[in-house]
Design a protein around this ligand. Structure first.
Ligand code: P6P
Length: 334
């Protein structure tokens, strides 16, 4: 059960803890929450309202877009462009940054987001999500450029995701731990149901797309091979595997019961540093994972310390239960 604290009340109480907080941030988060409620409704209705299937367009990643990729991108932009809290946005579905239109006031925050992560699952009714990352716009900058977004993940003031699963959940951090809220559709509010989420330090469950095995670098090959050897192998224990192909679902499982998620660099396409995008997948998820006591790493460096060089930059990701990620990082050092 829960004590009925809504995400709005929770954010305002959080805001009271921040000296000099003006309510601007609280109002921005409320606009983000509203967008997630609208997206939840669209995803939930699916075929009933004709939003499934592919559009005949590609995004900047060269990936065929789902109709819902485009629709949810529009929802997120329209919900957040008008209120005067943001100076610009960056989206997986937008080639360049999205400046706030001239008719609206500009604010002091920047937001990067993936409006519908895991959208390849949407037509087969598997959980998908929205991921967002909020940073401060540099002082005195009214018309931010792409460069103003390209700061390390340690500078994020907020990171969160909505998970459109059997229930719709919102998971949020502003640097003071991680809290989970469940959407009560009867009252249209996200209610605090998972206070202070923490990732168990140990796990026997790994998540990776094993079809890429032949392309992985040696440390990841070694780690997964040892897991597969089970009790008789060097780890002396049996492991379980999961792969949902929705990062939001994987991270949420890890926050809930532990685990390690890997989308490592593979040499299937040597020009790509990885599959996942730093600014609106890896960085926000890294802030959440670290705030919940986990580790998020490329194998060679802490993800949140990376200096981004492009808003659509890709990065290898190894994140989750502290003690397990440390083993994989150790193999990269050997
Ligand atoms: P693959 C979804 O497209 C995504 O960006 C992540 O959410 C997910 O973890 C990964 O890609 C799935 O990739 O290669 O298994 O389809």
């Amino acid at each position: 059960m829960h004590n009925g604290v809504s995400v709005t009340q929770f954010i305002i109480e959080e805001q009271r803890r921040l000296p000099g907080a003006t309510g601007d941030f609280t109002s921005l988060l409320n606009d983000v929450v509203s967008a997630c409620k609208v997206i939840s409704n669209l995803v939930n209705k699916g075929s009933l309202i004709g939003v499934l299937g592919t559009a005949d367009t590609e995004n900047v990643q060269g990936e065929t877009q789902k109709k819902l990729d485009i629709i949810t991108n529009e929802v997120f932009i329209k919900s957040n462009e008008w209120a005067g809290h943001l100076a610009a946005m960056a989206s997986e579905e937008e080639d360049d940054i999205y400046p706030i239109p001239a008719q609206y006031p500009k604010g002091k925050y920047l937001m990067s987001f993936d409006p519908l992560d895991g959208s390849s699952n949407i037509d087969v009714n598997i959980s998908v999500g929205t991921i967002f990352s909020i940073t401060k716009c540099p002082e005195g900058i009214d018309n931010p450029t792409k460069e103003d977004f390209l700061i390390p993940g340690t500078e994020q003031v907020c990171a969160g995701y909505a998970l459109y699963g059997p229930s719709t959940m919102l998971v949020l951090t502003t640097g003071n731990g991680v809290n989970g809220f469940t959407l009560d559709r009867d009252i249209g509010e996200f209610i605090l149901t998972h206070p202070n989420m923490t990732i168990p330090a140990d796990t026997r469950e790994f998540a990776i797309n094993a079809s890429n095995q032949r392309f992985w670098e040696a440390p990841v090959q070694r780690y997964v091979d040892e897991c597969l050897q089970g009790k008789e192998g060097p780890r002396g224990d049996n492991f379980n595997m999961r792969w949902v192909a929705s990062m939001v679902a994987e991270v949420h499982r890890i926050l809930t019961r532990g685990g390690i998620f890997m989308y490592p660099k593979d040499n299937k396409d040597p020009s790509k540093a990885g599959k996942l995008r730093l600014m609106y997948e890896a960085n926000p998820m890294s802030m959440i994972v670290e705030q919940a006591g986990g580790i998020s790493h490329t194998g060679y460096e802490r993800i949140m310390e990376m200096q981004p060089n492009d808003i659509h930059q890709r990065v290898p990701v190894i994140l989750g239960s502290k003690n397990e990620v440390e083993i994989v990082v150790g193999y990269h050092k050997d």
